[in-house]
Design a protein around this ligand. Structure first.
Ligand SMILES: N[C@@H](CCC(=O)N[C@@H](CS)C(=O)NCC(=O)O)C(=O)O
Length: 202
């Protein structure tokens, strides 16, 4: 029996998991869940209640998006998203950690600024910008975050920059982060991304 991925189409954590699964070619079934009515079977195997979750027939469960990415890429990594070099791997994981732990909470404040009226949307956006400055600098030479090719870092981070862009696309597209805009645009137009965003029947 194939593993079952509980996913939510627009969730950046679920998108990164689906990207790695897709590129690796490993065969899984995907179940789209409603975050307002999570399936009982998902909560039974992963009570923390976030997506993505990958459930195996033998009862094993992966409930962190990065673990799912690693699992898929260990099976098959045709585009060489992982790297044997310890320094590159450390750089990759540190950058992803900064995205998940530093940038993402600030992105949520920006995204849901109306819920936090003590500051303006522009203020919350400004709080995120150190991360964009870092990405912009990294993309300057090769158009990739590190190692001169798309790695786990690019693929794990761009779904969050997509969310950032979607808050105010006009601001983002006119911003000084020209390399980030181009990088995101390329990734959003890639067949890989489009294929993991397709709705059933499309
Ligand atoms: N650390 C988790 C975070 C996953 C996460 O927070 N997912 C969000 C959706 S984007 C979620 O399921 N939130 C639960 C909810 O909204 O009820 C991972 O990397 O998989």
């Amino acid at each position: 029996m194939k593993p079952l991925l509980y996913s939510f189409r627009r969730c950046p954590f679920a998108i990164r998991a689906r990207l790695a699964i897709k590129v690796s070619g490993v065969d899984v079934d995907t179940q789209e869940v409603s975050l307002r009515a999570k399936p009982k079977e998902m909560l039974e195997c992963s009570p923390k209640g976030t997506v993505p979750v990958l459930k195996f027939a033998d009862g094993q469960v992966l409930e962190q998006s990065l673990d799912i990415m690693h699992w898929a890429l260990k099976h098959n990594d045709p585009e060489h998203w992982l790297d044997d070099d310890r320094m590159i791997t450390a750089d990759m994981l540190t950058l992803i950690q900064r995205n998940d732990e530093w940038f993402k909470p600030k992105l949520d404040l920006y995204k849901y600024a109306v819920r936090y009226p003590q500051h303006s949307e522009a203020y919350y956006r400004e709080q995120t910008e150190l991360f964009l400055v870092d990405l912009e600098e990294r993309l300057k030479n090769t158009g990739h975050l590190l190692a001169g090719r798309h790695t786990l870092a690019d693929m794990a981070i761009f779904p969050f920059i997509r969310q950032f862009c979607n808050v105010d696309p006009d601001w983002f597209c006119a911003s000084r982060y020209r390399n980030v805009v181009r990088w995101l645009d390329d990734l959003l137009q890639s067949e890989l991304f489009l294929s993991v965003m397709r709705k059933e029947g499309e």
